[in-house]
Design a protein around this ligand. Structure first.
Ligand SMILES: NC(=O)c1ccc[n+]([C@@H]2O[C@H](COP(=O)([O-])OP(=O)(O)OC[C@H]3O[C@@H](n4cnc5c(N)ncnc54)[C@H](OP(=O)(O)O)[C@@H]3O)[C@@H](O)[C@H]2O)c1
Length: 281
């Protein structure tokens, strides 16, 4: 079960109806976040072909699971959390639910606002977002971009719902979403790779592989938590553990060298940005 976003405002008082289309990894993380922040399950309707036991339990507490779509007209928010591969089927199927007060929030990677708008009634308020996997523990970061039809209260409501899975950043320029995808969307994989490669390097330096794995995992997780809790910049935290002439400095001379992590990360992010543009067509 996900925990709710740290510091996110309570959803106890939310009277709006929310429809969640797709309760897989991301959709469930959002739903868990909302319930964790006090949202009444009766406020939520979920459309999900393969409901999990957790979803069934919420249905017993009033959540509407796969209700008749005619009972769902004009909800305040429709969150679309299915894989982009089924967008062509799912978005037009959700279109009849959209009413004058609805805002559609998509978390589908690579689905542009223009594509959403084409599949929805003219003038629909729509928000495209890019969350990331730490959403599962309420510690994600989501970047959101709204179309011209989104009102200030709709933006505020969508922001409250997204805050249940972590931090929310709004941008005005949708073109930034490709680079956002490359940094925060795909970024957790780069950090996991760091843990993997640090463990392998530890084993190569003579440590038993299981010990190297535990050291690398705890180091990445603990440093991430320190970064999260500290007001200091990452570069300052790095300098604070680097004594002149010491072991860390010896390693950083390699990692920060001409062929070090900087240029490699830049190439990696550029490759992911290009791929995001290609996938969005
Ligand atoms: N996971 C990430 O790191 C991440 C990060 C950023 C953005 N996203 C985006 O988030 C979206 C969801 O990803 P996910 O990892 O949560 O995928 P997921 O676990 O596969 O969840 C998608 C869910 O939607 C359900 N579904 C399929 N067809 C449906 C339909 N016609 N109506 C209603 N529900 C339907 C799926 O059910 P079945 O299992 O029966 O197909 C599944 O439970 C994707 O667009 C992805 O690009 C994911």
């Amino acid at each position: 079960m996900a925990t709710s976003g740290g510091g996110a405002p309570s959803l106890h008082d939310l009277a709006a109806t929310i429809v969640l289309v797709g309760a897989g990894k991301m959709g469930s993380a959002m739903l868990d976040g909302w319930i964790g922040l006090g949202l009444d399950p009766a406020r939520v309707a979920v459309i999900e072909p393969q409901p999990s036991p957790e979803l069934m339990a919420l249905a017993a507490r009033g959540l509407r699971l796969n209700p008749d779509r005619h009972a769902l007209r004009d909800p305040a928010v429709i969150v679309i959390a299915v894989k982009p591969q089924v967008a062509a089927e799912v978005v037009p199927a959700a279109a009849p639910l959209v009413g004058p007060s609805s805002v559609v929030v998509s978390i589908m990677a690579g689905q542009r606002l223009a594509a959403l708008e084409r599949a929805l009634p003219g003038g629909t308020a729509a928000i495209r977002t890019m969350p990331n996997t730490p959403a599962a523990i309420g510690r994600g970061i989501t970047v959101a971009v709204a179309n011209a039809h989104v009102s200030a209260p709709q933006r505020e409501l969508a922001g409250r719902l997204l805050a249940a899975i972590g931090t929310v950043e709004w941008v005005a320029d949708e073109a930034l979403l490709d680079a956002v995808t490359a940094v925060s969307g795909s970024g957790p994989a780069y950090v996991f790779l760091l843990a993997e490669t640090l463990a392998r390097a530890g084993a190569a330096a003579g440590l038993p592989a299981d010990l190297a794995g535990r050291l690398a995992r705890a180091t990445v997780a603990g440093s991430g938590e320190l970064l999260h809790r500290s007001p200091l910049e990452a570069a300052t935290l790095r300098r604070n553990v680097t004594s002149p002439g010491g072991t860390t400095e010896a390693a950083l001379a390699v990692l920060m060298g001409k062929d070090g992590l900087g240029p490699v990360m830049q190439q990696a992010v550029a490759a992911a940005t290009r791929r995001s543009r290609e996938l969005a067509g």
